[in-house]
Ligand binder design. Structure first.
Ligand code: UDP
Ligand code: MG
Length: 317
């Protein structure tokens, strides 16, 4: 199988016929070995029946996964990736805001030797105040924090080599961080402007609150990537600084006693004790986190490195 399209579907019954029309006009001329994996994320409308109809008509290309309830777009994408068998994977939305006509262009870019080609909705057709503007800030922030510079993390339409998706699981709203994880395992990443259209049918599932979730996810992602194999560096580092400030402060109070300045009436006493305690606690938390990190990596046989290829070795580590 050369290519798998993965499409999360939640209450898109009216969009699905148009989606299939667009897919059928793009895919067959392009490739013969392709599949589309549609994940019905517990839709409350007739989406699943519509999908079932298409699956019955085209057993060779259409695959459907149906969730028992709504688990969210990220879970739907994760399920799609788990069930897809293609060497190349392209994610897109079911509402036709992404344009399947961009697929050949993304594939061509991938063939230039990239592991991931990220779509960029340069001319985005969503509400400017609650969606486009906050997302610009979020994209800037993610780029700064992670060091992976993309204009549009939130665009679902992206193309991936299967290797670039190995070794990490997606939680929360994290599908937008796939490029960051991929970068961390050494993927070569390119970006391309793609088309974007307003929604014709149905309504968007997200508003401003998503930006808050994205920022929180960013904290998690940054922590996982930078410190998951050495958490004591973060906790212990903060702990050492706090303890040091606390001890210097207490020492200052102690020395002042020789000039008969009472320590107990100074607010610095409280500050010093607080810092010393917090610092000590933070170091202890770092040690606990070190234990957890070992369980995390070793229980899943997760190495702390990734190998691109080996020479003269039978086993790819
Ligand atoms: N979606 C999903 N589960 C959800 C919400 C959305 O599978 O709980 C799907 C939805 O059907 C669409 C894609 O995720 O294919 C993007 O959703 P939406 O268009 O609402 O997001 P936006 O384009 O506004 O970011
Ligand atoms: Mg949409």
């Amino acid at each position: 199988m050369d290519l798998s399209l993965i499409i999360p579907v939640y209450n898109e019954e009216k969009n699905l016929p148009l989606l299939f029309e667009a897919i059928y006009s793009v895919m067959p001329p392009l490739l013969s070995q392709w599949e589309v994996v549609l994940v019905d994320d517990g839709s409350r409308d007739r989406s699943l029946e519509v999908l079932r109809g298409y699956a019955a008509q085209d057993v060779a290309h259409v695959r459907v996964v149906s969730f028992r309830r709504n688990f969210g777009q990220t879970a739907a994408i994760a399920a799609g990736i788990d069930h897809a068998v293609g060497e190349t994977i392209i994610l897109l939305d079911a509402d036709l805001q992404n344009d399947p006509a961009d697929i050949p262009m993304l594939l061509a870019k991938l063939d230039e030797g990239y592991d991931l080609v990220s779509g960029w909705r340069k001319d985005r057709k969503d509400n400017a105040i609650v969606r486009t503007f906050p997302s610009r800030i979020a994209n800037w922030l993610i780029s700064q924090v992670t060091g992976v510079h993309l204009h549009d993390y939130g665009c679902t339409l992206k193309a991936y080599r299967r290797d670039a998706l190995a070794g990490f699981r997606l939680y929360g709203e994290m599908h937008r961080f796939i490029p960051v994880f991929a970068h961390s395992i050494g993927a070569r990443i390119a970006e391309m402007p793609v088309h974007h259209h307003p929604r014709k049918f149905g309504k968007a599932n997200y508003g401003l609150e998503r930006t808050a979730k994205v920022v929180l996810d960013l904290l998690t992602v940054k922590f996982l990537l930078s410190y998951s194999s050495k958490p004591i560096y973060l906790f212990g580092g903060a702990g050492l600084i706090l303890t040091f400030i606390g001890l210097v402060d207490l020492l200052y109070l102690f020395i002042r006693r020789f000039w008969n300045v009472p320590a107990s009436t100074s607010p610095l006493l409280m500050v010093g004790v607080m810092f010393a305690i917090m610092g000590f606690q933070s170091i202890l938390m770092g040690l606990i986190a070190e234990l957890l990190a070992r369980t995390y990596h070793e229980s899943q046989a997760k190495p702390t490195y990734t190998v691109r290829e080996t020479f003269n070795l039978d086993k790819k580590a």
